[in-house]
Design a protein. Structure first.
Length: 246
């Protein structure tokens, strides 16, 4: 998209009291979508809606990429819309909503389940056995209790060629939780007692569908997704329902 657009980069595009309108496409939105696709035929617009700021429209492509345009698609704005009154970053909030995952639809039977304390709180993690930040995240998760952790083994072969075999060995181990902890914390690869069916291909397809592009990626029970390592103190806040304020 960026190579084909004359893009106006804006680090902060300020407006007062603007909010996004209904997602249902009206006649105007249909016309704007058509204008974008005519000017940029390689672009597939997932959704489009009008904001309450002037004639600005929000367009979404590739699941979570947000940009803005006018009624005739004569310009493209890439950047953040900031509500000047509340200081809310409307664009960041929108992207978080677009990346939200329905936790109850995750195939949790394909994850390694670890219950700590009463296990009442829940999170899922896409993790690569050889990912250094996954190791750091696991060390932080050790400090958290009263949580159920679902670990989806998500080896990224292009970065860690041996990770796939290690993930298979963990899944085939008699005690998957112990095998995963020994591997991620100590680097001890479990000695598999033979081949077994594993869900790695299914998880890889799930990751592609959810656009999980790196590890670790954390998904909280309310669907909020956070990429990267998070310190234990911040994990506690997020598990308790606190959410970033823009």
């Amino acid at each position: 998209m960026r190579s084909k657009f004359l893009v106006f980069l804006v680090s902060g595009f300020f407006f007062a009291g603007a909010a996004l309108a209904d997602t249902k496409l009206g006649a105007d939105e249909v016309g704007v979508k058509a204008a974008i696709e005519k000017r940029f035929p390689d672009i597939k617009i997932d959704s489009l809606q009008k904001t309450q700021f002037g004639g600005l429209y929000e367009a979404v492509m590739e699941g979570s990429q947000v940009f803005y345009t006018d009624k005739t698609a004569s310009f493209i704005l890439v950047g953040n819309l900031i509500d000047a009154k509340t200081q809310r970053n409307v664009t960041e909030e929108r992207i978080r909503d677009l990346m939200r995952v329905k936790f109850d639809t995750l195939p949790l039977e394909s994850a390694i389940k670890q219950v700590k304390g009463n296990g009442k709180r829940k999170l899922a993690v896409f993790s690569d056995p050889d990912c250094p930040y996954c190791k750091k995240l696991d060390a932080e998760l050790e400090k958290v209790t009263d949580v159920t952790i679902y670990t989806f083994l998500y080896p990224i072969a292009s970065l860690h060629p041996q990770a796939g075999d290690k993930a298979k060995a963990v899944w085939c181990a008699p005690d998957r939780v112990k095998a995963w902890e020994d591997l991620i914390q100590k680097g001890t690869v479990p000695q598999a007692g033979g081949k077994c069916e594993n869900p790695l291909a299914k998880i890889a397809e799930l990751g592609r569908k959810l656009k999980v592009n790196g590890t670790p990626t954390i998904i909280f029970a309310d669907g909020m997704r956070v990429p990267g390592m998070i310190p234990a103190a911040n994990l506690e806040k997020l598990l308790n329902g606190e959410r970033p304020q823009n």
